[in-house]
Design a protein around this ligand. Sequence first.
Ligand SMILES: [Zn+2]
Length: 401
Amino acid sequence: MELVGNIKNYVWGKKGSESAVAELAKSNCQDFVINENEYYAEMWMGAHASGPSSVKSTGEDLQSYFSRYDKEIIGGHDTLPFLFKVLSVRQALSIQVHPNKAEAAKLHAERPDIYKDPNHKPEMAIALTPFKAMCGFRPYNEILSFCRKLPPLMELLGKNNAESLSQGLQGLKVCFQDLMTADEQSLKTCIKEIYENYTDVLKAADIYNIFQQINRDFPGDVGILCLFFLNVLRLQPGEAIFLSANEIHAYLQGDCIECMACSDNVIRAGLTPKYKDVETLLKNLNYEAAPASQKSFQPIISDSNYKLFSPNIPDFAVAQITIPKDQDKYSLKNEKFGSILLVLEGERTLKAGNLPEIKLHKGSVVFIPGNCGERVEFSTVGDGSNFVGYFSMYNSFLEKC
Ligand SMILES: [Zn+2]
């Protein structure tokens, strides 16, 4: 069943046809017209109430379709346990964490106006274009070394606090809390002094351009100084990061696909015009530090056609499918809980069990029912071309382990 994704025009998104979201939406649906003055930030593929996809042939929203249909198409669930997205990031997204299941339920019960969703939201991003993000704390000594090279930062945190970073987690906790609760004027002064007098340190750490970009978009924001606390990752297309509960992160720039537990639960603390809940963030945060090199998330299965990114949670997994031009056929096992396929490039026909064939092209978004048969088969159309697509699905791989 072909779907049309739900487009979100948040202002941090890329503009007009520079946005991968807009390009895919246009390829998906001939009627979609790209407005070059509009921001296209996200495309949601799934049944989440805040932005359900619709069935292409009828326009019905996916959740209402699930509600009146045999639940076996999603393995007996009431809805899909995951939400699949494409993101096109022009401006940094908020410094954030996602609470674990128990915290999410508690926050929702206490403050449903802010925390609209009771579910946890582990998430995974796979780069479509070169993609930058902040993710997890830098090793403690790396942060301390920034403090020593940047006297304005040392002054903001206090010398004793900053030096306590050499003692690890407790020192980091104190310093990061001081940073996140510093008053506006001190932050502004610190950022200004670093920007005016310490460009050599920024350049040596390869964060000068990012510092400039964030400072332009969010002048004086505490998130700028987070660059010295958090790893800055540069993912190449096809590379992934996984963000488990309470792992601090902020996407900075680029296009990616993202898969997450079906939830919208975010605790924000900087780089956003939205509500900031610094206290809750600091309380929940995972303060473990690790080098950037440990942040890349590797597929557990990887061959020339199939790469499976399978985090250690049941809610979702993502598989990348690549079929080269000269390969006429490719098939894989159908997922019993249903899956969503997004096509990034190439054309193929798709046959799932005894359902009618679908012609796939760039931008196709297809829901494949869990009960339609054992195999999903791809066949070449015409002269063939390289084919790349991503499947999002329930992480039934965990059950097999
Ligand atoms: Zn997030």
